[in-house]
Design a protein around this ligand. Structure first.
Ligand SMILES: Nc1ncnc2c1ncn2[C@@H]1O[C@H](COP(=O)(O)OP(=O)(O)OP(=O)(O)O)[C@@H](O)[C@H]1O
Ligand SMILES: [Mg+2]
Length: 371
């Protein structure tokens, strides 16, 4: 293991360069790899060649220390390396089946779906699950939660933790929330995340939502290319951080109505190709009455499969558990006053998505605008 990740542990990187780099938010050797030579040159004003040399040295340093794989690796090595990938249980049988055990580290998992389908609930649940012991399917790590929509609710964390017999106070302590106010701020948070991830043993990074602010700020066709460029930067950064720091990353994404689809589901994720190509796994959440359907849309090694799950006090839950709960509530309800169940009343109207996308004049993301 590389003990020394300080920038000046690299040969040829003196105090001046170290200073230049840390002024630009690059604090350790890992950060150099995450940002890459082009960006390093850009943010420090260094010559491209110099930046390339430094990044190559950083890579070699990590390869020597066994932290990352070298360029040419045998499939056996990769297979072995993949055994070291951590998995975080979802706390449910149904979603664990879909993910073949849980959410993987070193990968970006994108969850998309319409308003109220449970993306935020899922993100909250995973923020608790990652803290479980390894025997229980967690990674004993903490969370960096990038909240762009102001929907992070500590109360939800408390109920999810209680439902899983965990100490709510401890669980809350291990979640670092970064509220992003605009898309540049959202990017900045990730750029500066390196030391936070290391110091706190972060094993899960959540970006909820990853795309929302970009979509809100860059309206209309004229700004599409800038928006996609910036979004591209964000999701690539997220995915590289997940790989370099061996943590899991979850990015949530809304959907928009796609008028050109006549058959099947007329919705598709916002952000188009940029997000799709960067995420390792893509999951589509869909409402189906009170239950929810999760479909594995894209994965290098999972079959395209669907499972049914539900939402409850404990976050994402198995549908059987939801049925049990409904029975219990019905009994209670008949016994005591006839109070309607809250969930039914706040069920989000489907109209929302349609209205939003009409106003938005969402440009077609099918033209790939990438790197
Ligand atoms: N305490 C709770 N118990 C049971 N169900 C809950 C609870 N809190 C929220 N829910 C369910 O979660 C739904 C909201 O899900 P969530 O906030 O995850 O949606 P989302 O996919 O993030 O939507 P958006 O696109 O608007 O961000 C509610 O409609 C409700 O059904
Ligand atoms: Mg949400």
């Amino acid at each position: 293991m590389v003990e020394d990740l300080r920038l000046d542990s690299l040969e040829g990187v003196g105090p001046v360069t170290t200073r230049k780099l840390s002024d630009a938010g690059v604090h350790n050797v890992m950060d150099l790899i995450v940002r890459g030579p082009v960006e390093i040159a850009d943010i420090t004003g260094m010559e491209k060649d110099t930046a390339e040399k430094i990044v190559n040295k950083a890579r070699q340093h990590l390869v020597d220390g066994g932290l990352i794989a070298s360029h040419f690796t045998s499939a056996t090595e990769i297979y072995k390396h993949r055994q070291s990938i951590g998995k975080i249980t979802t706390g449910t049988n149904c979603l664990d089946t879909l993910f073949d055990g849980g959410i993987e580290t070193q990968a970006l998992t994108e969850v998309y779906g319409e308003f109220g389908c449970g993306k935020t609930q899922f993100a909250h649940t995973m923020s608790v699950m990652v803290q479980k012991t390894k025997e229980e399917g967690g990674l004993e790590g903490s969370v960096l939660y990038i909240d762009t929509e102001n929907t992070f609710r500590p109360e939800r964390i408390v109920s999810i933790a209680k439902a899983h017999d965990m100490d709510p106070e401890k669980v809350l302590d291990n979640i670092i929330v970064a509220r992003a106010y605009n898309s540049s701020h959202q990017i900045l948070i990730l750029e500066e995340a390196g030391p936070v991830i290391e110091e706190n043993n972060v094993k899960l990074i959540v970006a909820d939502s990853a795309v929302g602010l970009f979509r809100a700020e860059y309206l209309g066709r004229g700004t599409l290319s800038v928006r996609q460029q910036k979004l591209n930067h964000f999701v690539h950064l997220l995915s590289r951080i997940a790989e370099t720091y061996n943590c899991a990353a979850i990015a949530t994404n809304q959907v928009m109505a796609s008028p050109d689809v006549f058959f099947g589901d007329p919705t598709r994720p916002i952000g188009g190709n940029v997000v799709a190509h960067t995420s390792t796994y893509r999951i589509y959440f869909k409402k189906s009455g009170k239950k929810r359907i999760a479909r594995m849309v894209d994965s290098p090694h999972h079959p395209e499969e669907e499972v049914i799950f539900a939402l409850g006090e404990a976050g994402v839950i198995d549908p059987e558990d939801a049925d049990k709960k409904i029975k219990k509530t019905t009994k209670k309800a008949t016994k005591a006053a006839k109070e309607p169940e809250v969930e039914t009343t706040i069920e989000a109207p489907e109209v929302e998505t349609i209205v939003e996308s009409t106003i938005d004049d969402e440009p077609k993301d099918s033209e790939p605008i990438e790197e």
